[in-house]
Write a protein that binds this ligand. Structure first.
Ligand code: BES
Ligand code: MN
Ligand code: ZN
Length: 459
């Protein structure tokens, strides 16, 4: 990349950094005007602590700053570090971060600076050969799917109703078959959990099924992805306080991650059969709402005492998971903004991973490691099962104050039978209330990159 700059330009850069006392501290940046253009030097901290994720952050800073200064052409240079020497990983990280960093939700408000660069290029250090085109292409497609998921989450709940979510699924269109079932079908299927949660809202529920069939599947049984699709969670009659309710349009982030993943599947067509399931519902208080103390009967016949109408996600997922097992999958993964307790345990940046199959959990953690989506394995403590015992039904939907993320996962496990299953509680990382290096405030699209990486490794 230095090729286009003359010796004098290099001299200018060196001098400017010296004057600025630029030491390369993480997050610091320095823009320098030279004859051949402008050089932005982005600090990444000490070499010993430089990681792939810090490279993503640096890429994001560079493209966001590049947009601010209206750079038409942005060229990012790598260097001599093991992070850049794994060319495939560095290129993927570059492509994803560059595309995700420039995301803005602009449906209702024009961005102040609408400038977009003509090109963003990554030049690994001399001696490392070429840009792997397919890697970059997939990275950008993956990132666009993340941005698509962010758009779905960022739409206000008045626009992203169960019906609208189903229409968004339908628009994924060719290459993936999408069926949307209405309430009459949900009734025929005896999905009493979905119906119970949905009955308080004027926005009627939908059951969405996506099916991606490769030409030559590598195995005979499909993988099922289930996404929590509560388009707004008021808490129902167990109403949330207004502060906690403010961001509850994001309660369909699991569904958004599944839809984003199908967009990528359609485009890159890996040899693995995948089914996506979303029970789209709105959780509202009203004269027709389900009440604390009500009992609902799920598709499998198991009954649930609803002691808290705000623990609605698991009630809808119960039916979706039973339906998933009917598709005879080799494994099920669900993503859900399921519990505030998981946010207490792991904070806003890390998702909790639960499951009944250690290998599956490990495979998901490995995908998270590669993609930079942070996840942590959580225990399925058998002793806590007692917290879900009910006097009147097979189980109740909400446990006590403590271990809320674990009891929620134990609840879900009751509905998957012997099928290998993992549950990712994304209540923390699905939504951000502050700007992150490659994600502005709002929906993050968390899960898409991990699911895509996971599916590619299953193929
Ligand atoms: N959608 C919420 C969980 C949530 C909380 C997501 C914060 C994102 C941020 C879920 O439906 C819920 O309300 N869970 C309850 C369960 C409780 C009533 C057992 C919770 O976590 O408080
Ligand atoms: Mn809730
Ligand atoms: Zn919820």
């Amino acid at each position: 990349m230095w090729g286009r700059f003359g010796g004098r330009d290099r001299q200018t850069v060196r001098k400017a950094l010296e004057i600025d006392r630029f030491e390369g501290k993480e997050g610091r940046a320095c823009l320098i005007h030279v004859r051949a253009g402008r050089v932005l030097v982005v600090g990444v901290g000490k070499a010993a602590s430089f990681t792939l994720e810090k490279w993503r952050h640096a890429v994001a800073r560079a493209v966001v700053r590049g947009r601010e200064v209206k750079a038409r052409e942005i060229v990012l240079a790598g260097g001599r570090h093991r992070v850049w020497e794994d060319l495939e990983a560095a290129t993927r990280a570059f492509g994803e971060a560059a595309e995700m960093a420039v995301y803005r939700f602009s449906h209702y408000k024009k961005p102040e600076n609408g400038f977009e660069p003509d090109s963003v290029t990554f030049v690994p250090s001399a001696g490392i050969a070429g840009n792997p085109r397919q890697v970059l292409d997939r990275a950008v497609r993956g990132a666009r799917a993340v941005n698509f998921a962010r758009d779905l989450v960022n739409e206000p709940a008045c626009a992203m109703t169960p019906k609208a979510l189903a229409e968004a699924a339908r628009r994924i269109g060719s290459g993936v078959s999408v069926s949307v079932r209405d309430e009459a079908w949900i009734k025929r299927m005896k999905m009493g959990g979905i119906l119970g949660v949905a009955q308080g809202s004027v926005n009627r529920p939908r059951f969405i099924e996506l099916h991606y069939r490769p030409r030559r599947p590598s195995t005979s049984r499909p993988i099922v992805l289930v996404g929590k699709g509560v388009t707004f969670d008021s808490g129902g009659l167990s109403l949330k306080p207004s502060k906690s309710m403010e961001t509850m349009k994001s309660d369909m982030s699991g569904a958004a991650a599944v839809l984003g993943t199908f967009r990528v599947l359609r485009e890159i067509r890996p040899p693995v059969e995948v089914i996506g399931l979303i029970a789209a519902v709105e959780n509202m208080p009203s004269g027709s709402a389900y009440r604390p103390g009500d009992v609902v009967r799920t598709m499998a016949g198991k009954t649930i005492e609803v002691n808290n109408t705000d623990a609605e996600g698991r009630v809808t997922l119960a039916d979706a998971l039973v339906f998933a097992t009917r598709r005879r999958p080799r494994l099920i993964v669900d993503l859900a903004t399921l519990t505030g307790a998981c946010v207490v345990a792991l904070g806003e940046r890390i998702a909790g991973v639960f499951g009944n199959d250690e290998k599956l959990v490990q495979a998901l953690l490995a995908s998270g490691e590669r993609t930079g989506e942070k996840m942590w394995a959580m225990p399925m403590e058998e002793d806590y099962k007692d917290l879900l015992k009910s006097e009147v039904a097979d189980l109740k939907n909400a446990g006590e104050r403590y271990a809320g993320a674990i009891t929620a996962a134990l609840f879900l496990r009751e509905f998957v039978g012997q099928t290998p299953w993992a549950h990712i509680d994304i209540a923390g990382p699905a939504f951000t209330e502050r700007d992150l290096p490659y994600c502005p405030k709002g929906g993050t699209g968390f899960g898409v990159r991990t699911l895509v990486d996971f599916l590619l490794h299953q193929a």
